[in-house]
Ligand binder design. Structure first.
Ligand code: 0O2
Length: 262
């Protein structure tokens, strides 16, 4: 598929016909549809994992799964910025997040665990992993990105489709959505002072993740030692229930517990 034949016809912009435009629109629809199907395949896989954890295990490492197809405007901007050749194949290769899935997890260890569980599936091919948790971006951005390919079975056979899966904790997601809003508000030219504060906030979010992970590990080891008799609501909260932010109530309960264990 070569976009340039549609875009320039016989070499000049004036040569575009309605048939060219119709063809281009059809090709674009087909192109985006494939990415939507690929995205839906990955979302289904993650929902299966989430539901299995929820029904069969006491903990659920997946908090939330969201997905989005890149908008035509955002896609056009990125094609231009990356200087991709005007063919569908080149665009697919250069723009890896046309189909995007975001998985929010409770703890950093869950982020890596769910990424592994998805990556190990037989029909998932991992093209690249970008670990912005181990190597955060200069602005403080943290997330684990897996660029995967999944087969989509169309009427004329299977086609591999690339999907970018972003795995993050709730704290990372909170930070990233705020940074995204600020970035757009200032159209990329974020004032230095705000950039510094965002970097500080990213470090605080990272600190919170580390604290939560440590608490979680401690409680798991208590469970492994067979310590019983914790009130149900405390167990639920410590096991990563609905409330993942360490509320005052949770901290009080922990203090109480610490006293009891001493
Ligand atoms: P949207 O609105 O989510 O679609 P790049 O060249 O940096 O634009 P690339 O090379 O495709 O992107 O890969 P990268 O760096 O892994 O980024 C892909 C996506 O990750 C971005 O898509 C964002 O969703 C997210 N991301 C990466 N860096 C940042 C960051 O610093 N802050 C935030 N908030 N998100 C980030 P888009 O197209 O930028 O945005």
């Amino acid at each position: 598929m070569d976009l340039s034949t549609h875009l320039t016809g016989s070499g000049s912009a004036e040569a575009i016909t309605f048939d060219d435009l119709r063809g281009l629109r059809q090709d674009f629809t087909r192109f985006m549809l494939r990415h939507r199907f690929g995205m839906e395949e990955v979302v289904t896989k993650l929902h299966i994992l989430r539901d299995e954890f929820a029904l069969m295990h006491e903990t659920n490492p997946i908090e939330h799964v969201a997905s989005r197809l890149k908008s035509p405007d955002s896609l056009a901007e990125k094609i231009q910025r990356k200087g991709a050749d005007p063919t569908w194949e080149s665009i697919s290769a250069a723009i890896t997040d046309i189909a995007g899935v975001r998985v929010t997890c409770s703890f950093v260890s869950d982020v890596y665990r769910i990424c592994d569980l998805l990556s190990q599936q037989q029909d998932v091919t991992v093209k690249e992993v970008r670990d912005y948790i181990a190597n955060p971006k200069a602005n403080g951005y943290r997330s684990l990105h897996a660029l995967v390919s999944v087969p989509v079975y169309l009427s004329d056979g299977p086609v591999p489709v690339g999907v970018e899966v972003q795995f993050r904790t709730i704290a990372m997601d909170f930070w990233a959505s705020l940074e995204h809003k600020i970035h757009y508000k200032y159209r990329g030219a974020v004032p230095e002072d705000l950039q510094d504060r965002l970097r500080d906030a990213a470090e605080s979010a990272h600190g919170l993740d580390a604290q939560m992970e440590a608490l979680h590990a401690e409680v798991r080891s208590l469970d492994d030692q067979g310590v019983s008799g914790l009130p149900d609501d405390v167990r639920a909260e410590l096991r990563g229930g609905d409330d993942l932010v360490p509320s005052e109530r949770l901290l009080d309960q922990l203090r109480r517990l610490a006293g009891e264990i001493d």
